[in-house]
Design a protein around this ligand. Structure first.
Ligand code: NAP
Ligand code: F7E
Length: 339
């Protein structure tokens, strides 16, 4: 049985990856940062279901001693570093924090692995969650040879992490792979990312709980895929004999307007009647056009996306309609009990 350690296990990708690895028979250890409120809602079902499967440990990418302690204690075969301050807009408000967690945090993890190995431990394989944001203003389509032209503190931190991974690979012979993943979404996507913000609002509008949806730049184009497909690509990268860097994308790009169209079409409403522009959601610098060329992932990993944008939008709206209905039902029950 292989052992995996996942940082960021409470996030969107962490939850799908933990499911994938548990299904493959791995012992899975997730790193959770301490919060004053419960942050394990996406993985509750795995903790309950998997007796001895998913085990959680406190740790933080800003705390090198916790990382070293965890690598020593877990002795993983594979480490998936998914933890990050991952919100691009927020990174403009918290640039130093983002650099520390999303950038230097990766260096701390690499050092923990190096120290573990130098003290007689086995060298685990490492997956680093790189991002298409690193391409920034580079022309589309983007692949592994495209120059990084980052346009946010988040993207700069990811570029720093990318090159640290390459450097540790070359300096210490570490098996460390950079995934360069384009946007991937799901019903578990954080509610402040644009796709989920739209699908949740559409569900609430349909059920009469919301009148307006305030958004920023509707012209940006993204290459959106389904998160469940993308964690499979992460796993495939660590099953190779040689480490490498891989773009993971659908190859199809669409604007925020296109996503609004697909989402509202599914519930039979005209989005233009509900959406208003709020400049608060603009960014100091925007990434205009992302469109990935994932030929290398297809040829070497045997990976292709299985879910197109329409299917993704429908999956997300339907999940949000169910969620909002459940919340309404619970609210009704609570009100009755309170009465
Ligand atoms: P996410 O939902 O925002 O999850 C981020 C995870 O990192 C959460 O588990 C979060 O914990 C954890 N975290 C944040 N700060 C931490 C710290 N200081 N120490 C330890 N853990 C910390 O992100 P995601 O969408 O799953 O993405 C996973 C990774 O892929 C991230 O590195 C992201 O930057 C990268 N990425 C994402 C996409 C995408 O489209 N989703 C594309 C390319 C790359 P809490 O639950 O406590 O907040
Ligand atoms: O924005 C525009 C916004 O926040 C997408 C992260 O997972 O993917 C994600 O980063 C686009 C941008 O994702 C709103 O200006 C308009 O052009 O959903 P997003 P992102 O910035 O692409 C990459 C690959 C990552 O690595 C990141 O971790 O949508 N937009 N109006 C809006 N965006 C938001 N969030 N909210 C709006 O109201």
């Amino acid at each position: 049985m292989k052992t995996a350690m996942i940082t960021g296990v409470t996030g969107q990708d962490g939850s799908y990856l933990a499911e994938l690895l548990l299904n493959k028979g791995y012992a899975v250890h997730g790193v959770v940062r301490r919060a004053s409120t419960l942050n394990t809602s996406r993985i509750e079902h795995l903790i309950a279901e998997s007796s001895g499967g998913l085990q959680l440990h406190y740790g933080d990418l800003s705390d090198s001693s916790s990382l070293r302690r965890l690598v020593d204690a877990i002795q993983p075969d594979e480490i998936y570093n998914l933890a990050a301050q991952s919100h691009v807009r927020v990174s403009f408000d918290q640039p130093e924090y983002t650099a520390d967690v999303t950038g230097t945090g990766v260096l701390r993890l690499l050092e923990a692995i190096r120290a573990h190995h130098e003290h007689g431990g086995r060298m685990p394989k490492l997956y680093q969650a790189g991002s298409s944001e690193m391409f920034g203003s580079a022309g589309a389509p983007q692949n592994e040879e495209t120059r990084f032209e980052p346009r946010s503190p988040y993207a700069c931190a990811k570029v720093y992490a990318h090159y640290q991974v390459v450097n540790y690979r070359e300096s210490y012979g570490m098996f460390a792979a950079n995934g360069i993943l384009f946007n991937h979404e799901s019903p578990r996507r954080g509610e402040s990312f644009v796709t989920r913000k739209i699908t949740l609002a559409a569900a609430r509008i349909q059920l009469g709980l919301q009148d307006k949806l305030y958004l920023g730049n509707l012209d940006a184009k993204r290459d959106w895929g389904f998160a469940g497909d993308y964690v499979d690509a992460m796993w495939r990268m660590l099953q190779l004999d040689e480490p490498g860097d891989y773009v993971v994308a659908t190859g199809v790009t669409a604007s925020i307007r296109d996503f609004l169209e697909l989402t509202f079409q599914h519930i039979g409403l005209d989005w233009q009647k509900y959406v208003e522009i709020d400049p608060r959601f603009y960014r100091p610098a925007e990434v205009d056009h992302l469109e990935g060329d994932a030929s290398r992932a297809r040829d070497v990993l045997g990976w292709t996306a299985t879910t197109d944008l329409k299917a993704l939008a429908v999956m997300m709206v339907d999940a949000d309609l169910n969620l909002v209905k459940r919340e309404q039902k619970l609210l009704g029950v609570d009100e009755l009990e309170a009465g």
